[in-house]
Ligand binder design. Structure first.
Ligand SMILES: Cc1ncc(COP(=O)(O)O)c(C=O)c1O
Length: 454
């Protein structure tokens, strides 16, 4: 499609984007035409390394040949079906997923988007506990449906919504690089959690139902809670009869180097997990998973959750194939190797560029926080925006994130199928971007950068 034709359509027909949102400005970005593996190609034929894996739905690599084959095969037999009748692709997906779930999780139900799965998980927790109130992190994000999931996506400004759901409240995220209570781990003894829960207890409007959390807070700037934190959260939940929901939308199915992100938290067993994003290998399908006991208690109280397309054979077949690819191709192992390569490259760059303040994340969910002053940790929003533009024009795509209004974290989510050569090329573009934005103010050896496998 020609440039002037694209512009005509955008100007005349495309709903405008809000500049403060992560889609803001897409009207002026490349227009994509095809994708393959880690590469997306625009209408001008220019190739980009897609280090955000689409909208994280292509973490197996774009157009994975096994996904294409499974989808094509299902298209020939049955694309859509009633969700009031079982069918074979659905049964197979329940079984394949159930066998992969860490015990005692075994039951699953399917929906379409990540937001769907979050809404359904909260309804499930409410029905299973008879409670109502839900808490989530002030730097968390759990979806974009207009009522419930945006209400608990505290990393987005709630005043941008038309109305906010009652019985939803934020608690402080364990953001150690910028501790919200000004303390240091581990001597802090998770004061952020203790003070937050004291406030939450005072604010609850009914019996609390759930604590929802991402194992790694992705949109909030790839925040990795410190060791032991989720153990303390588990206790907080048990003490109050709340269920612990892990939103594994960003962290599930291999991306952190383990099958599920919460498996990095020794001894912590969630009551409910949700999965989405690359679960469909590029098609939209999500799941809510829980224990038989919780599922039955909720159902006895009247719980059900579905959508017209929630159990389409096409989506179920895609889900089953993606799970098999994750296992057969050792995606967690590949993610862990990519993590090591990228962190090594950034640690080296940090010796040269004062701008790199923190290197964190797990597997292929990585965040680099940029600051103009390492001691004061002044957010380098402007510099990160310039790096984003430089990288985009030189063939590297990623998103910039951060807590609330901050956009000083470069979030890298390369497909788990990325080769060493692709990672190295991305790192080389990143290095050039750093040189370009720090012209004249580079250091020889910068001190004080931390790097943790977090
Ligand atoms: C952690 C998390 N949960 C839920 C969602 C919502 O998923 P969806 O956009 O598929 O509704 C997102 C979206 O990015 C997310 O990052």
């Amino acid at each position: 499609m020609k440039k002037n034709r694209i512009k005509q359509i955008v100007d005349r027909w495309v709903f405008p984007t809000e500049t403060g949102s992560y889609m803001g400005g897409l009207e002026n970005r490349p227009v994509l035409e095809k994708s393959n593996g880690s590469i997306v190609t625009d209408t001008e034929g220019k190739e980009y390394l897609d280090f955000q894996s689409g909208q994280m739905g292509a973490a197996l690599g774009h157009q994975h040949p096994r996904m294409i084959a499974a989808i094509q095969k299902t298209l020939d037999s049955m694309m859509h079906a009633s969700n009031a009748l079982l069918h074979v692709p659905r049964l197979k997906l329940h079984e394949t997923l159930g066998k992969l779930l860490p015990k005692p999780l075994d039951k699953s139900l399917f929906l379409v988007s990540g937001s769907d799965s979050i809404e359904a998980s909260i309804d499930l927790a409410r029905k299973a506990t008879g409670g109502l109130d839900v808490v989530g992190f002030h730097a968390g994000l759990h979806g974009s449906t207009s009522y419930l999931t945006r209400s608990i996506s505290f990393n987005w400004t709630r005043s941008k919504h038309s109305i906010v759901a009652p019985a939803t409240a934020s608690i402080l995220a364990p953001y150690c690089y910028r501790c919200p209570v000004g303390l240091k781990y581990p001597s802090c003894k998770f004061q952020c959690l203790e003070s937050s829960m004291e406030m939450a207890d005072a604010n609850f409007t009914a019996k609390p139902a759930a604590f929802i959390a991402e194992p790694i807070l992705s949109a909030g700037g790839v925040i990795v809670p410190p060791k032991g934190y989720y153990e303390a959260v588990r206790k907080v939940c048990d003490d109050r009869g709340m269920l612990l929901i892990f939103d594994e939308s960003q962290t599930g199915l291999g991306k952190t180097g383990r099958l599920f992100g919460f498996q990095h938290e020794e001894g912590v067993v969630p009551d409910i997990i949700t999965i989405s994003k690359h679960f469909g290998g590029g098609l939209p399908i999500s799941a809510v998973c829980t224990t038989s006991k919780i599922a039955q208690t909720a159902v006895d109280a009247g719980y059900f959750a579905t959508r017209s397309h929630a159990t389409d054979p096409l989506l179920c077949a895609a889900g089953e194939e993606s799970l098999k690819i994750v296992v057969d191709e050792d995606m967690p192992g590949r993610a862990a190797r990519i993590e090591r390569r990228i962190k090594r490259a950034f640690r080296k760059m940090a010796q040269e560029f004062e701008l790199i303040g923190d290197i964190r994340g797990r597997g292929v969910l990585l965040g680099i926080e940029f600051v103009t002053d390492r001691k004061k940790k002044t957010p380098a929003n402007k510099e990160v925006a310039a790096m984003f533009e430089y990288c985009l024009s030189h063939g590297l795509i990623f998103q910039t994130r951060g807590v609330r209004d901050l956009k000083n974290v470069i979030r890298l989510v390369p497909p788990m199928s990325s080769s060493d050569a692709e990672v190295d090329r991305a790192m080389s573009i990143m290095y050039d971007a750093l040189r370009a934005v720090t012209k004249g103010r580079r250091k020889g050896k910068a001190a004080g950068t931390r790097s943790r496998r977090g």
